[in-house]
Design a protein around this ligand. Structure first.
Ligand code: ZN
Ligand code: ZN
Length: 334
């Protein structure tokens, strides 16, 4: 099979990925072999390629928004059959026994492993996944439209939960890429008022099209105080900006896995009146299943830009340069 590997983590302009030919993986006990049909391009893939995240598996194949078809089944797997549609996402494995797992916070498991970081992911013709962490997918949605839901969508949904937004609340979204535009659709369907704050003009247009109430610059003040806000842009200097935009009791959730340094905060204007700053770490499988159900019910649709699998490096470059709104998706055309 053909697969992309991160040979030399570094700036994407210097082409850190190589497209190699290698044998297709063999599913281990408890695993599925998945023929990749489409794989979304997530900002985390860019962090893996550029070395912002430490190397966990040298020469790893990135990609953790995989829509595919079961092509092989390892020992001890039940409930899956060859030809079933399957989704592969970021959370790949947990121990199931630690203090976090047993209280339902498997996203915090210290032994957790991640697709496309600890193990080879979906920038390839085939990948494997532990069957217990594979998602069933709705039949009605096509491969490309479904792929971004598997990380961008699920993480955006967990970030929304982390804001504890009250019913009918006012939500601010800082940055409006793949994750935010899916999160916005869920929040709007649930009756929130959504304000988007982003430097990217094309994304502001998309935000208004989707039904958001306003779309301004990243450092602008929203037109009204916010009950909740989510920081999707990986820019730590937006943390105090977003905290100042919160109403009393408001919550800011930082959605990214990587954030530049947060400047010193002013207690009076940025934290007092019980404002809260929260991070978002990965997701639980329950978040994933719940989001995929809601997405089907609300008709959540990703705005997608397909690229052939062979052009993964160009897709990452375009993501970094902000050359598209919504989400890039690699299509296995091999
Ligand atoms: Zn655990
Ligand atoms: Zn991701």
């Amino acid at each position: 099979m053909r697969a992309w590997v991160v040979d030399r983590p570094g700036p994407v302009e210097r082409e850190p990925l190589t497209f190699v030919e290698r044998p297709a993986p063999v599913p281990g006990p408890g695993e599925l072999l998945v023929h990749v049909r489409a794989c979304g391009v997530c900002r985390t893939d860019l962090h893996v390629a550029e070395g912002d995240l430490p190397v966990r598996r040298p020469g790893v194949t990135p990609g953790h928004e995989v829509v595919g078809v079961v092509a092989g089944i390892g020992g001890g797997v039940s409930g899956w059959a060859s030809g079933d549609r399957a989704g592969v996402a970021w959370l790949r494995r947990t121990d199931g026994t630690c203090r976090y797992c047993v209280r339902g916070a498997e996203n915090l498991c210290p032994a957790s492993e991640y697709t496309g970081w600890d193990a080879d992911g979906g920038y390839a013709e085939y990948t494997t996944v532990p069957a217990a962490f594979a998602y069933r997918l709705p039949e009605a949605v096509d491969d490309v439209a479904l792929a971004p839901l598997l990380c961008a969508g699920i993480i955006g949904y967990r970030a929304l939960l982390r804001t504890s937004l009250p019913p009918g609340g006012r939500l601010g979204l800082y940055g409006f890429g793949g994750s935010a535009h899916l999160c916005a659709q869920v929040a709007l369907a649930q009756g929130a008022t959504v304000h988007v704050l982003t430097r990217d003009e094309a994304s502001r247009g998309l935000a208004l099209q989707l039904g958001c109430s306003s779309a301004g610059g990243a450092y602008d003040a929203p037109p009204e105080p916010l009950d909740g806000a989510i920081l999707f842009a990986p820019a730590g200097d937006l943390v105090p900006v977003a905290l100042r935009a919160l109403d009393r009791g408001g919550v800011l959730a930082v959605a990214g896995i990587h954030l530049s340094d947060v400047p010193a905060l002013r207690y009076e204007s940025e934290l007092f009146y019980e404002k809260e700053l929260r991070s978002v770490t990965s997701n639980t499988r329950e978040n994933g299943r719940e989001f995929l159900d809601l997405a089907a019910r609300y008709g959540v649709r990703a705005t997608t830009h397909p690229y052939p699998l062979s052009e993964a490096q160009r897709a990452l470059g375009d993501l970094k340069a902000g050359r598209f709104d919504g989400a890039a998706v690699l299509v296995n055309d091999l």
